[in-house]
Design a protein around this ligand. Sequence first.
Ligand code: SF4
Ligand code: F3S
Length: 106
Amino acid sequence: TFVVTEACIRCKYTDCVDVCPTDAFREGPNFLVIEPDDCIDCAVCVPECPVNAIYADEDVPKDQLDFIPLNEELAKDWKTISRKIAALPDADEWAKVEQKREQLQR
Ligand code: SF4
Ligand code: F3S
């Protein structure tokens, strides 16, 4: 499956959701995740993300491995998003911040 990582937090550009053929993305307050049961590993979402937040699970960087179970967990609680919406305010500022996992809202 594919996984959304830290870079998405407080950006939420949502370019990724427009291209997903199975509507696998789920939306939280300031982050998106991928529902592993719905992801068909097509990879088309990867180049759409302006902050390169999306990885195949086998390629997730070591310091982001906790996002694999986190995507699975949060996907059960959050609602499907299948159309692009406006990015969060200050998304372009938060895109430059690497360490921001403490900003994640559930
Ligand atoms: Fe959707 Fe394909 Fe991305 Fe999986 S890899 S989330 S199916 S676009
Ligand atoms: Fe997040 Fe990138 Fe999608 S910032 S909402 S994973 S386009």
